[in-house]
Design a protein around this ligand. Structure first.
Ligand SMILES: Nc1ncnc2c1ncn2[C@@H]1O[C@@H]2COP(=O)(O)O[C@H]2[C@H]1O
Length: 338
């Protein structure tokens, strides 16, 4: 208790400290949930003034009180887990401190080829991150039907998050295809560190992604995975999002505003408008599909917000839509030829 008090002292005034210590003691006595404690903190604190103090404070409380799970492991293993976590979309928005907690809590589990890791319909209490090996995901779409193979997992992919996010039974069956080394994360640590930000991100971007026409054929589940991988960027009118001739590593979808594409057709020539983009449109795919420099510039016409995917996410999420993208690329030619 003294430790908690000392750590908290660094972050807040005496009055607030007294109040917070009261809550902590009450929480200890009643075993109140962390969410309840957070709610009380948010209600009672003037967030404007104390927003900065809130995060370190909650972190300290979490660490001190929830006895954050630590599974002892070597530095080498920690580095291996970190590498995989950084490849995973689900964990992409965690800061270093949260990553450290997740790494500490993870447990290594190995599975023989053909063994079942998760069974559709079961209760689930852990999420898995693939360290090594590949796995298959099967789903029974309608009662009485055979399970269909819907997905393959490779190192850096995470699965088993739905049961934890939505307190639902396992939505699919996952079987090891090769020998698999998995890092399992327990429900409590997931709830504490990953759940809120992951759920908010999915909710926010799933809505915008529904308006991206090229993703019409993508399943609801795949759309939520794209949401995990998205990074957002804002531009002012006149800003260049993409410059013709540059190397490109990013795919863009517009969630707000408008943009215009310009192309210089011959050396020393002027930029000519070739395309207009609005809400739900995408651009930046040619450089990624063809491994060529940017074929045109794209400039923000209004205030612009884009959802970005990097090359790796694009390959894994949008790559299967290559046919549609190629067909759409033909449209550019038609516009330019007409
Ligand atoms: N189309 C899909 N529908 C539901 N779950 C899927 C699908 N594709 C992959 N999965 C994964 O399969 C996992 C099964 O366990 P969960 O329901 O906890 O979480 C699920 C997802 O991580």
């Amino acid at each position: 208790m003294q430790n908690i008090k000392q750590s908290l002292q660094k972050h807040m005034k005496v009055k607030m400290l007294k109040w917070l210590m009261k809550i902590i003691v009450a929480r200890m006595k009643q075993n109140t949930s962390m969410n309840f404690l957070m709610l009380q903190c948010e209600k009672c604190l003037d967030l404007q003034e104390h927003q900065l103090a809130l995060k370190p404070m909650v972190f300290i409380i979490n660490k001190s009180m929830l006895k954050v799970r630590v599974v002892p492991k070597s530095d080498e293993l920690k580095t291996q887990i970190r590498t995989r976590l950084l490849q995973s979309f689900l964990f992409s928005s965690l800061d270093d401190r949260d990553l450290e907690i997740v790494i500490n809590a993870m447990e290594v589990k190995t599975f023989e080829p053909s063994s079942t890791v998760i069974k559709q319909g079961d209760d689930g209490a852990e999420l898995f991150l693939v360290g090594e090996g590949t796995l298959d995901c099967f789903k029974v779409m309608k009662k009485g039907e055979e399970a269909k193979l819907i997905k393959e997992y490779e190192p850096g992919d995470a699965f088993g998050e739905l049961a934890l996010l939505y307190n639902a039974p396992r939505a699919a069956t996952i079987k090891a295809k090769t020998e698999a080394v998995l890092y399992s994360l327990d429900r409590d640590t997931f709830n504490l560190i990953v759940k809120d930000s992951a759920a908010k991100k999915r909710e926010k971007y799933e809505k915008c992604l529904k308006n991206v026409k090229v993703l019409d054929s993508v399943s609801i589940y795949e759309r939520s995975q794209i949401a995990d991988a998205i990074k957002e960027q804002k531009f002012n009118p006149g800003d260049y999002v993409i410059k013709q001739g540059e190397i490109g590593d990013t795919f863009y979808m517009i969630s707000e505003g408008e943009a215009t594409a310009y192309k210089i057709f011959e050396e020393g020539g002027k930029e000519e408008e070739v395309m207009k983009y609005t809400y739900g449109d995408y651009f930046g795919e040619i450089a990624l599909l063809k491994n060529e420099p940017r074929a045109a510039s794209v400039v923000a016409k209004t205030d612009l917000i884009v959802m970005k995917l990097d090359r790796n996410s694009f390959r894994r999420m949008i790559g299967p839509l290559e046919d549609i993208l190629q067909r759409n690329m033909e449209n550019y030619k038609m516009i330019l030829d007409s």
